[in-house]
Structure formats: C-alpha cells, structure tokens
Write a protein that binds this ligand. Structure first.
Ligand code: 5GP
Ligand code: ZN
Length: 115
C-alpha cells in the first residue's frame, strides 16, 4: 500500500492535516514534531506509506539514503550547531506510536524533555 487513508502521516503528506513543514521533495517530507522533546525536533518521513523501519527492503535503499542525508542538512538549515540526536522507533517494544516510518532528528541546547 503506498498510501493508507487511516494513517495520520499519510494525511499530512496529502495535506489533509496541517503540519509545520521543514522540507519537501517528491520522495520525502520533513515537519516539526507536534510535541517536541528538544528545542528543534523534526520528523523525516517517506511520502510512501512504509509502516516501520523493519519493512524497509533493498528496493528502498535510495530512499533510506536520502532520509539519512536530510537530517544533517536540516539541522544546519535550522541553526543547530551543537550536535543532534537521530532516533527511529520500531514496533511496540521500540516504542513506535505512529505506524508510518519516521526518523526523529532532535537538536538545540539542553536540557531536553526526553533523552
Ligand atoms: P513514535 O513514537 O511513533 O516514534 O513518534 C511519533 C511522533 O509523532 C511523536 O513524537 C508525536 O509527537 C508525533 N506526532 C503524532 N501525531 C502528530 C501530528 O499530527 N503532527 C505532528 N507534527 N507530529 C505528530
Ligand atoms: Zn502512512
């Protein structure tokens, strides 16, 4: 399934739910987390509905590479100079709440709410 009508992040991709966007191209969207853990907290998602990191396959190698490269670029653009933290939660034991693959990228001066 490339789009799940019940998925909240697919709804953000489709413009049905508003989000504060930080980056968009044909494959990826990045937006600010609604409940940030850090002064800067963005989520990078593929526009394609992929439920979890565990569902990524070799056919997604280029997409996964783009996601990995976007984090540092966004942190630079958002003025994060002291380093940042990248997290992907996978499945129930990984603490995943939204089942559309997303990479948290968090930065800014500490203390942070979590971690
Ligand atoms: P997870 O626990 O699945 O890794 O993280 C899901 C993240 O999505 C949480 O940090 C949560 O605050 C964020 N989130 C959930 N719903 C929305 C939403 O509608 N808009 C935005 N911007 N973030 C959301
Ligand atoms: Zn989705």
């Amino acid at each position: 399934m490339s789009h799940d009508p019940n998925c909240i992040f697919c709804k953000i991709v489709a413009g049905q739910i508003p989000a504060k966007k930080a980056y968009e191209d044909q494959d990826l969207l990045a937006f600010h987390d609604i409940h940030p853990w850090a002064p800067v907290h963005v989520l990078i998602i593929p526009k394609l509905h992929i439920a979890t990191h565990a569902e990524l396959g070799p056919e997604h190698a280029a997409l996964a590479g783009k996601m990995m490269l976007l984090g540092p670029q966004l942190m630079r653009e958002l003025g994060v100079t002291g380093g940042f933290r990248t997290v992907i939660n996978t499945g129930p034991d990984g603490g995943q709440e939204v089942y559309h693959l997303h990479m948290h990228v968090m930065g800014g001066p500490r203390p942070w709410l979590k971690g």
